[in-house]
Design a protein around this ligand. Structure first.
Ligand SMILES: Cc1cc2nc3c(=O)[nH]c(=O)nc-3n(C[C@H](O)[C@H](O)[C@H](O)COP(=O)(O)OP(=O)(O)OC[C@H]3O[C@@H](n4cnc5c(N)ncnc54)[C@H](O)[C@@H]3O)c2cc1C
Length: 325
């Protein structure tokens, strides 16, 4: 019989790391498995700069002060709709912050990892979980595997494609910026964010994007930000069709638990928040259920709005989808 206080977590992204730190503090013996050689997630699209609304209340809620991994844009948030700058800052209350993802020491992943190691969480890297490992996993194993395709299939979770193009170039270390772009280049939106010497550009797309649209967006960035990059790279993965806390005998968290805001793909806030909620599901399931519903109602509403005819991502600008109360 396994010790009832042993907990396995699959995936060492922000959601898995927050869950691990929290459960370790609650007296559980935690082991985190990841398929990569170290923390930092998918090397195919990191290192990267992600923008996300975070607040002190969020850090208080998760009980982990990882503020050092976040930088507020020194340029205030800018949004361009068809090339025209619009006067909107929907993130005045929460603040819109940038954070680095990936394997470099300055990343959010490494900030959380250092806390986890310092506090005694165990890790097994180069451990890619396959279908059989999930079949044999103990009840209550936490799954935090993000966009990884195989896991959705093995666990039979309905999902959609999350895809687009990214590009980057090196910039001055102290330049921190965030801008959102809405235009005819894609049926989703684009953004450019920078910190720690990286200017990272993304163009989300639900459909394949013609090469000319990619070139048009690149020209728009050159015109509006005066910066460029060498080439576009494609990324794709899967996200569940809606949020879930439990599936079969597993506890789900982060992207895999559907904690990604549907209009803009903000998932950093969701991964931190849901990491805490998934840990709660181990030691206080009733409260976890309540918190899960509190924070996923907004996601469910936004998914419904996104499915309405005539939906355009810029239409939802100004809606802060959830905030830690
Ligand atoms: C290109 C891109 C840009 C984004 N931009 C933004 C942004 O600007 N703002 C924002 O808020 N969000 C953004 N997001 C979303 C955000 O990155 C995610 O929501 C967040 O990373 C979710 O964290 P997570 O811990 O759930 O999963 P991840 O960070 O994806 O971590 C999953 C971990 O699981 C591991 N893993 C996967 N499968 C297995 C397996 N079978 N066995 C063992 N380990 C496994 C992986 O190696 C990885 O370390 C973006 C996502 C992408 C892909």
């Amino acid at each position: 019989m396994p010790n009832k206080k042993d907990i396995k977590i699959v995936g060492a992204g922000p959601a898995g790391l927050v869950a691990a730190i929290d459960l370790n503090r609650a007296g559980y013996n935690v082991i985190v498995y990841d398929k990569q050689d170290s923390v930092g997630g998918e090397p195919a699209w990191h290192p990267s700069v992600h923008s996300t609304p975070v607040s002190k209340r969020l850090f208080d809620y998760i009980g982990i002060d990882c503020r050092e991994a976040f930088a507020e844009s020194t340029q205030c948030f800018k949004a361009f709709v068809f090339g025209e700058q619009v006067d909107v800052n929907p993130y005045q209350e929460t603040g819109l912050f940038n954070t680095e993802r990936g394997h470099r020491p300055t990343s959010l992943d490494n900030v959380l990892y250092r806390t986890a190691v310092r506090e005694g969480v165990n890790f097994e890297f180069r451990s890619p979980w396959k279908e059989d490992d999930f079949r044999k996993a103990p009840k209550g194993t936490i799954i935090a595997t993000g966009l990884s395709a195989g896991v959705y299939e093995w666990l039979e979770i309905p999902c959609s494609v999350f895809a687009g193009y990214w590009a980057y170039s090196e910039i001055e270390k102290d330049y921190i910026s965030t801008a959102g772009y809405f235009g005819s280049y894609s049926n989703e939106y684009g953004y450019a964010g920078s910190m720690n010497g990286i200017w990272y550009v993304l163009l989300f797309a639900r459909k394949e994007i013609p090469a000319q649209n990619l070139e048009d967006f690149k020209q728009e960035l050159q015109r509006l930000e005066g910066r460029s990059f060498d080439r576009w790279r494609r990324f794709s993965g899967l996200t569940p069709k809606g949020p879930r806390l439990y599936h079969k005998d597993f506890i789900l968290t982060g992207t895999f638990g559907g904690f990604v805001e549907p209009a803009y793909g903000f998932g950093i806030t969701g991964s931190l928040l849901s990491g805490k909620i998934s840990a709660m599901a181990v030691y206080d399931p009733q409260r976890a259920e309540e918190e899960f519903h509190t924070y996923t109602d907004g996601i469910i509403t936004h998914i419904a709005r996104k499915r309405q005819p005539g939906y355009a991502p810029s239409a939802l600008m100004g809606d802060v989808w959830f905030d830690v109360r």
